[in-house]
Ligand binder design. Structure first.
Ligand SMILES: Nc1ncnc2c1ncn2[C@@H]1O[C@H](COP(=O)(O)OP(=O)(O)OP(=O)(O)O)[C@@H](O)[C@H]1O
Ligand SMILES: O=C(O)c1ccc[n+]([C@@H]2O[C@H](COP(=O)([O-])O)[C@@H](O)[C@H]2O)c1
Length: 193
């Protein structure tokens, strides 16, 4: 049976914290593939970068990593990420599905749209973002038959908001994002105002 991880996010922009989470899941769970799933229109936050820019930065960041890909469809910008995630098992049969996400996103899962459909398909791989990343029982208890595990990974306290702040303050983001992503941000003058 194949093992595929889906990694959803706004990726505004993608950074090394995302890449380490995906890489750690790929290697520790012996995944065949990680499918990155950028959200066009995030439900609870306003993206600063346009979808096509965020998608392009993800593509640059994963370009040299066999096993990492974006969703294998053309019309990503008009497809709702959650609907796409629910439809994915039709594209790849005989697969064990994992959803990779940070603990902050996992805590909001009981409020996600279509959560029950997602929970029936995916096993949840929760990435710690702070040293005391405990999962409150009430989060887990709100969803029946939730299958989940914590991914042991060094804490990386990089966030896209921190990177946008650094860009606004004209601080260096070198070593916070892959060089190809840093070059793209500079070339397109993203996040500066
Ligand atoms: N440093 C990190 N370590 C582990 N997981 C992360 C890290 N940064 C983001 N994630 C997870 O990656 C997924 C996508 O995150 P997202 O694109 O919203 O990035 P973010 O850094 O949290 O963004 P922002 O600061 O704008 O809220 C979420 O599940 C989030 O929890
Ligand atoms: O659909 C929802 O209601 C929903 C609410 C919050 C987060 N999500 C998903 O959680 C993932 C991380 O989201 P974010 O906003 O932290 O980038 C991403 O794949 C979103 O589609 C989804």
């Amino acid at each position: 049976m194949r093992r595929i991880g889906v990694f959803g996010g706004t990726f505004d922009p993608v950074h090394w914290g995302h890449l380490l989470a995906a890489e750690t899941a790929f290697s520790q769970l012996s995944l065949d593939k990680v499918i990155w799933l950028p959200t066009c229109d995030p439900p609870y936050k306003q993206a600063a970068g346009q979808f096509k820019e965020r998608l392009e930065m993800v593509r640059l960041a994963i370009a040299e990593r066999p096993g990492f890909s974006t969703l294998p469809i053309d019309n990503l910008s008009t497809t709702d990420a959650i609907d796409a995630a629910i439809a994915l098992p039709n594209l790849y049969t005989n697969t064990h599905w994992y959803w990779i996400l940070g603990i902050d996103a996992f805590m909001t899962l009981p409020r996600w749209r279509k959560r029950h459909e997602l929970v029936s398909v995916y096993e949840w791989v929760v990435v710690p973002r702070t040293t005391n990343s405990q999962i409150p029982q009430q989060v887990v208890q709100q969803l029946n038959d939730l299958r989940w595990q914590i991914l042991p990974m060094p804490i990386v306290q990089i966030s896209s908001s921190l990177i946008r702040q650094y860009c606004r303050d004209r601080c260096s983001i070198r070593h916070l994002v892959p060089q190809s992503v840093g070059d793209y941000i500079e070339r397109h003058n993203l996040y500066s105002a």
